[in-house]
Design a protein around this ligand. Sequence first.
Ligand code: FE2
Length: 196
Amino acid sequence: MSKSKNPGAAVDRARPVDHQKAHEIQAFGHLSRLPNALSENVARQSVENLNQVLADTITLRDLYKKHHWQVAGPTFYQLHLLFDKHYEEQNELVDTIAERIQSLGGISLAMAADVAEATIILRPPKGREEVPVQISRLLHAHEIILEEARSMARQAAESGDDGTNDLLVSDLIRTNEKQVWFVAEHLVDVPLVKAD
Ligand SMILES: [Fe+2]
């Protein structure tokens, strides 16, 4: 049996080739055209709008997780669970919006620093807040998203981007409206034990 001429070569081939670098294949803001029968302008406008609502949805999602962890008081358990449920639903929306952006030939925002730069939702303090303040903060964020999503949905419908319109109306707007209901009812000041 003959020995390999260069036994070291097999060892080298098994080594992962890490620390690789190269130029980006698509610059942020540049549209990669796909054969989807949408004009470049329409796709570009939808990508820009969707990235705004993506940044705001990621922020609202993370606000729910912050409040899931930091909630305090007699309603701790139910709000702890509700906030996490809404976090999961917002997380689904994040993926749906981001993949819509990619399918339009755009590039979705992804990283926290880029999201922080883009969002129009006010940054909350790092510390804990009382339940009514937490809920007010969430409701305000929902309202910002609903307002922009409705106007983006109208724009998408008028320009013929029905897929984006459907996503905004059927997924984003409906989910946010339902979450507003579930959260806002906690700020109705009704007696807990004895009627007024
Ligand atoms: Fe948890």
